[in-house]
Design a protein around this ligand. Structure first.
Ligand code: ARG
Length: 579
């Protein structure tokens, strides 16, 4: 594993510079493979050592680099040490590189490759609550909800892989005036049969109709207000209709999320915090934080000079609460219930200010744990459409991805016989969606493009799946012997070395993703891995090679396949065996 080499180099550095070896671990990185003939495996950045005060900062940096490189002693693990511009390069013994990296794949540890890295010891472990997806009942499931769903799932998977206890939470928009409208309008436009047959569709239709009606019909507006008041006062008839809408929606969503390979530990929602929201308001009042404006609204002053130049409204003049009031109550409640160490909210960037205010108010109330709450914002997606038009439901996107993928597969001459082509098309289609979404920085907007994301070549989810399936079939066709049985000296061609050098980076890539919660590091790592595997298929044939060579190559392919599959799973992609 990468740790073994990093540690060996750190020991040397510690000895030479008379410093604790641990300090060097974060300054040592595996060299990313750009060109094929790369000799260096690790590099040490002298600037980092200067910044840490391990090396003196003045003087000629190149001289310093050169001097240190000369001082370090070569041995059977680290064979070559050379100075580059501001860095020292290390080349490790090739046979050891093969052995140390491929060792874990012969054991039950293959799915933990890279996950026990000592890089992660500095990361805090504990209970992480991730809140994501969070659609609104009876409203559209838009591209922002889709992004939140897959990004949140990635963050939860990553945190879990790195040893955290993760709570996956869906915070439904299940409260507010929309339920007044829905409740009031259901009698007129709704139908119980349709509700049972196709709940999400029907609730949405009714909601659209009621809204249209309410535009010109004062009675309808009044009825909506009445219904919502009844709800807020827990009147049983109103509550039971609301409950029915909610139950049916959750049941339906559960099934659709399953298609995405996603589940939630908790479905909560704004409704749960209705009464608690009023309590929060009282608390703020008694803490002297809530001010009443001339208009009669209740606000918290967030301006630095306390001149009310920036306020956050928590209470309407009629005494009802708002989105942020419910979020305050929800956060406090979650902390009490789950005593999380950190909480992560995933929504589009339009809510940056909302969460900024939320955390600020929590801190003002004395909840210091709000410092460990984080909002992960993402950019907007343009043009997410299906053949039939605008996307209204999550199901629409999944159906479209599956149909398009199935069409492509049926036209491709590499497609294999499959037990369940529809299921495969679905999984591959979803990986295309995910990779398109995860390639860039989360904060960037992007244009949704079915044709581009579904291409079999190029940097797509289809390419990841195709590479995985091809490796599986190679493994199936060729019987592999016990891992211990292969000879590492048979894997010294540059093509093998390049793959191994790339695998050295895996724990660093996960570490980077854990730091900034951006999936792009992992996605780009896996795409690069697939390109390297493609060359390896050409240059390191298994078929027709002498048995011992074939065995060694299969070990390499099998290791690469495990890392690819593990990485895909963290991204939220289910690797397929055949396609
Ligand atoms: N339901 C909200 C929406 O669709 C997202 C909720 C985000 N989470 C939160 N705790 N406010 O915009």
């Amino acid at each position: 594993m990468a740790c073994f080499f990093r540690r060996s180099i750190a020991v040397k550095l510690g000895r030479t510079l008379q410093h604790s070896e641990d300090a060097f671990i974060p300054a040592l990185t595996a060299v990313p493979v750009f060109k094929k003939q790369q000799t260096a495996d690790f590099k040490l950045c002298i600037g980092t050592l200067r910044a840490k005060g391990i090396l003196p900062s003045g003087g000629d940096i190149q001289l310093q680099t050169q001097r240190l490189a000369n001082q370090l002693e070569r041995d059977s693990v680290v064979e070559e040490i050379s100075a580059g511009p501001g860095v020292i390069n290390f080349k490790v013994n090739r046979k050891l590189l093969v052995q140390k990296l491929l060792e874990p794949f012969g054991t039950g540890e293959k799915d933990r490759f890279g996950l026990n890295s000592e890089l992660f010891t500095t990361l805090k472990r504990g209970t992480t609550l991730v809140e994501y997806s969070s659609p609104n009942i009876a409203k559209k499931f838009h591209a922002g909800h889709l992004r939140s769903t897959i990004i949140g799932n990635f963050i939860a998977n990553l945190k879990q892989s790195l040893g955290n206890n993760v709570i996956r939470m869906n915070y439904l928009g299940d409260w507010g005036m929309q339920f007044g409208l829905l409740g009031a309008g259901f009698g007129q436009f709704g139908c119980q049969d349709k509700l049972k047959q196709n709940p999400l569709q029907h609730l949405f239709e009714v909601y659209v109709q009621v809204n249209k009606e309410a535009e010109h019909n004062e009675d309808m507006k009044q009825a909506a207000r009445d219904f919502f008041r009844q709800l807020e006062q827990h009147q049983s008839q109103a509550v039971s209709l609301w409950q029915q809408f909610r139950d049916i929606t959750v049941k339906e969503y559960r099934d659709v999320y399953k298609r995405l390979g996603i589940h939630f530990d908790v479905y909560c929602g704004e409704s749960f915090h209705q009464d608690q929201a009023q309590e929060v308001v009282q608390q703020l009042q008694s803490q002297g934080l809530l001010k009443t404006t001339e208009k009669g609204t209740g606000v918290v002053d967030l301006s630095p000079n306390e001149d009310m130049s920036s306020v956050c409204t928590l209470l309407r003049s009629d005494g009802t609460t708002l989105y942020i009031t419910r979020d305050l109550a929800a956060a406090i409640n979650r902390r009490e219930k789950y005593s999380f160490d950190e909480m992560i909210y995933v929504t589009d960037k339009s809510q940056v200010n909302h969460f900024y205010q939320l955390f600020k108010i929590l801190l003002a109330m004395g909840h210091s744990w709000a410092d460990r709450c984080q909002h992960v914002p993402f950019g907007l997606v343009q043009g997410m459409k299906t053949r039939t038009g605008e996307v209204v439901f999550l199901e629409d996107v999944l159906d479209e991805a599956r149909a398009r993928m199935q069409h492509n597969m049926s036209r491709s001459n590499t497609t294999k016989e499959m037990d369940d082509p529809e299921d495969t098309a679905e999984k591959v289609g979803i990986s295309a969606l995910i990779v398109q979404d995860f390639k860039g920085p989360l904060l960037s907007d992007y244009k949704f493009d079915w044709d581009r994301m579904l291409q079999a070549q190029g940097d797509t989810g289809v390419f990841l799946q195709y590479t995985h399936a091809r490796l599986c079939s190679l493994m199936q066709k060729n019987e592999r012997e016990e891992a211990a049985a292969f000879d590492p000296s048979l894997l010294v061609e540059q093509t093998s070395v390049t793959i191994l050098q790339h695998l050295l980076r895996y724990d660093e890539v996960l570490y980077q993703s854990a730091q900034d919660l951006q999936p792009k590091h992992l996605v780009n790592f896996l795409l690069k891995l697939c390109h390297l595997i493609a060359s390896a298929h050409r240059e390191l044939p298994v078929k027709g090679s002498p048995k011992d060579v074939a065995q060694a190559r299969l070990q390499l392919f099998s290791g690469a396949c495990s890392v690819l599959a593990n990485g895909m799973r963290i991204l939220g992609i289910t690797p397929v065996q055949k396609m």
